[in-house]
Design a protein around this ligand. Structure first.
Ligand code: NAD
Length: 372
């Protein structure tokens, strides 16, 4: 009998999803043995596969299982088969939006870490990337994306035909409650990491940012180990490419986080190495940042590492298994340092690398874990 047991709702989805999920399960089984924990993975349908089987991108049964589980591990959804559907038809991506909403996931985490052996894959100089290990904490369910979006026709004025043409507005709103739960989580995360929290806003212009900054200052005062700084979002966008190693945890509102996390993810230069987590009221959800890669699906060459890095996040943030998460991330680092690559992260100039398929690179990873 294991010391602990966790129920994981696994959602393989479409394209390369089932291939990379299979590798994630092999890694979970190995870690379960090594750390005396039982991981019970149960597959459910989402995306195109779910549309084909049930007509819905998120069947009720999947949602029920996700709600009852200790964590949800998602691969990816979508593909040409379901692209350009008839008007009103269901799209695979609707399953993603629906599950995030139903689980009330209001925090998105995007770790940006440079694996030293892959530094050459980035467009930035290796010396700029040295030591980069950032956790971006983004508010996910508030702000301008969720405020009213309105349009007025033909506003009177001095434009053509005596009007200024149409006018549009998008409302940005935040309550103290919405800010507090995200910033408090970020302070806690910073306290468990290197203790530095940078809160990003536009407080020189926006009232929501001024409230955000006041709240961040007040909340961080409760965390002795956390050193808080504030940065305007335009400066943060520059600093992320100028001196990214200065950041530890970065916390920000929804739209700023959307843009900054995409910018930061490009520091790594490889889509196959990026994972994300969404946390909130319901079961937390972990997924790679890439899509279903239909162009390489079924060929056994997909990079499973972003999916496996999603497992690392799950161990850390849902199960509190930091030691297992560290062992996994060290093993990935060693496999890469030994020159093993999947095709997407291989550098054509270097012949010291050995290109492996989806299962074979996982074999190397399992060997590295076993020799830990
Ligand atoms: P994509 O991320 O699937 O692929 C972009 C490129 O990166 C492709 O050349 C692909 O082969 C490569 N790639 C991606 N992941 C890889 C991996 N693990 N290993 C090796 N190579 C990898 O983006 P896309 O082509 O724009 O979208 C394809 C489908 O995925 C679309 O239907 C899209 O809607 C969907 N999509 C889903 C998600 C999700 O499930 N969260 C996210 C983005 C796109």
């Amino acid at each position: 009998m294991s010391a602990a047991s966790y129920q994981i709702c696994t959602l393989p989805g479409d394209g390369i999803g089932p291939e990379i999920m299979e590798q994630a399960k092999r890694v979970l089984a190995a870690l379960g043995q090594a750390f005396d924990v039982e991981f019970i993975c149960e597959d459910a349908l989402i995306g195109g596969a779910a549309i084909d089987a049930t007509g819905s991108a998120l069947p009720e049964e999947t949602l029920e299982r996700a709600k009852a589980a200790d964590a949800v591990l998602l691969a990816s959804v979508g593909g040409p088969k379901w692209d350009n559907p008839a008007p009103g038809a269901v799209r695979p991506e609707q399953g993603l939006l629906a599950i995030r909403k139903a689980l009330e996931l209001y925090i998105n985490l995007r770790p940006v870490r440079i694996f030293a052996p892959l530094a050459q894959a980035s467009t930035l100089k290796p010396e700029v990337l040295e030591g980069v290990d950032i956790l971006i904490v983004r508010e996910l369910t508030g702000g301008i994306y969720f405020g009213a979006h309105e349009r007025e026709t033909a506003v009177e004025g001095a434009g053509t035909g005596g009007t200024q043409g149409q006018r549009a507005r998008d409302i940005m709103e935040y309550s103290e409650y919405e800010i507090e739960r995200v910033v408090r989580w970020a302070c806690d995360a910073a306290a468990r990491r290197r203790g530095r929290l940078c809160s990003v806003d536009k407080a020189n212009v926006l009232e929501t940012s001024r409230l955000w900054r006041e709240m961040a200052t007040a909340i961080a005062a409760d965390f002795e180990q956390v050193e808080l700084s504030h940065m305007y979002v335009d400066n943060a966008a520059m600093q992320l490419v100028y001196n990214p190693a200065q950041f530890d945890v970065l916390v920000t509102e929804n739209s700023f986080g959307d843009i900054l996390s995409d910018e930061a993810s490009m520091l790594t230069g490889s889509l196959g190495m990026l994972a994300s987590a969404s946390l909130g009221e319901g079961t937390a959800l972990y997924e790679p940042s890439h899509g279903s890669a239909p162009d390489i699906a079924g060929q056994g060459i997909a990079n499973p590492l972003a999916q496996i890095l999603s497992v690392e996040l799950m161990l850390r943030y849902s199960f509190g298994m930091d030691e297992a998460a560290d062992a996994l991330s060290d093993a990935i680092e060693r496999v890469l340092a030994d020159g093993w690559r999947t095709a997407d992260i291989a550098d054509a100039q270097t012949d010291s690398q050995h290109i492996l398929g989806t299962a074979a690179i996982t074999d190397k990873l399992l060997e590295a874990l076993a020799s830990n």
